[in-house]
Ligand binder design. Structure first.
Ligand code: FES
Ligand SMILES: [Fe+2]
Length: 362
């Protein structure tokens, strides 16, 4: 049987995006940031998606929590900034109601304490978990399955990456792009390498198997592919320290995986690039790459990740440009019924099937 792609309108119809909002983005575990962004009590950052904003903060008890970024008085957004730090309370800029870092309503200036049952008017919580130093939220109104079960249900490759002790790494850089394509095109493009020889001439030199369009190395069972060391590539050429917990084989390999719906991760011996994908509209997507290195590296003389940044940014920009091209074609009448997948597009098909399962409950 022919393997078919999604139909064209799935990539631009605003009605499809509405379905995705409710059935995917407001019901899935989504990567929003790193615990290291908010090391101290009172530190916070915001995560915005569609018309929602979530406040992620560390409490006086050191625990990380997430709340809707909405005051329970008259609905004012509590914080418009990307990040900040508070001393013990979030004070609303409108009428100065105060919420503890744990989300309780603790102050209502000019309104007597007896007038309201403050215990009912705390900040509205959002489900949150921390895994490997990464912060994940789930905006489901019901109690969702755990992040661990979500990974098992969607892609257990992520769990295998626990061996890299990602929580020990330090983020040194964020690269960000707004790509004029639907978010699914970004994930689909990540999920295949048939495009690698045409789009990524530099990458296929560093990872020869990618010349074939396959993403598996014959004879390897750990999911890794062999990297040629000493050429310009994702691991870098210079004297960059290996990550803790990397074996000799892994040091000369590349691993990758994605987790539905909005993240993927590329691992080499020296660094991990975590990518976060956030839809802005049905035809625009924000993509960030987070560069993670051994923390001792940062203080070591001669640490120069410039070539690693340049290489990965180059590959991402090559990807982004073909995503825009795919978007342009997907809106044609010629693509109303979509296209066709060969065998090497299997992971793209898997993503589509999982996507439909979540979107339509099938
Ligand atoms: S809306 Fe926040 S205190 Fe009134
Ligand atoms: Fe690519």
């Amino acid at each position: 049987m022919e393997r078919r792609t999604l139909p064209g309108p799935d990539y631009y119809d605003p009605a499809i995006l509405e379905l995705e909002k409710e059935n995917i983005f407001f019901k899935s575990w989504m990567l929003v940031g790193l615990a290291q962004q908010i090391p101290n009590p009172g530190d916070w950052f915001t995560f915005n998606i569609f018309d929602e904003s979530v406040l992620i903060s560390r409490g006086d008890d050191e625990l990380i929590r997430a709340f809707y970024n909405v005051c329970t008085h008259r609905g004012s957004r509590l914080r418009e900034e990307a990040s900040g730090s508070e001393k013990h309370v979030f004070a609303c800029p409108y009428h100065a109601w105060c919420f503890s870092l744990e989300g309780e309503l603790v102050g209502t200036p000019r309104v007597a304490k007896e007038e309201l049952d403050r215990s009912k008017w705390g900040l509205r919580p959002v489900h949150l978990e921390v895994w490997q130093g990464m912060i994940w939220i789930n905006m489901d109104r019901e109690t969702p399955m755990s992040l661990h079960d979500w990974m098992l249900d969607n892609n257990d490759t992520m769990l295998e990456f626990e061996r890299f002790n990602i929580d020990q790494l330090h983020r040194t850089r964020i690269s960000e792009w707004v790509v004029e394509s639907n978010w699914k095109i970004v994930i689909e493009n990540y999920s295949e390498c048939l495009h690698c020889p045409t789009v990524h001439p530099e990458l296929v030199k560093a990872v020869p198997i990618y010349k074939t369009g396959w993403v598996f190395e014959p004879g390897r069972e750990d999911g890794g592919v062999n990297a040629v060391m000493g050429v310009e590539g994702p691991a870098g050429m210079g004297d960059v320290m290996l990550m803790p917990a990397v074996t000799a084989d892994e040091a000369e390999s590349v691993f990758g995986g994605s987790l539905f719906p909005n993240m993927f991760m590329d691992i080499t011996g020296t660094n991990i690039v975590i990518s976060q994908v956030v839809p802005l509209t049905s035809t625009t997507t924000r993509v960030q790459s987070w560069y993670m290195f051994h923390p001792d590296q940062l203080n070591s003389l001669g640490f120069d990740p410039t070539d690693i940044y340049a290489f990965n940014d180059l590959v991402t920009e090559q990807d982004n440009s073909v995503c825009v091209r795919a978007q342009h074609g997907a809106t044609s009448r010629a693509y109303l019924d979509g296209g066709v997948y060969p065998e090497k597009d299997q992971f793209v098909l898997d993503f589509n099937e999982n996507y439909l399962r979540h979107r339509d409950g099938k």
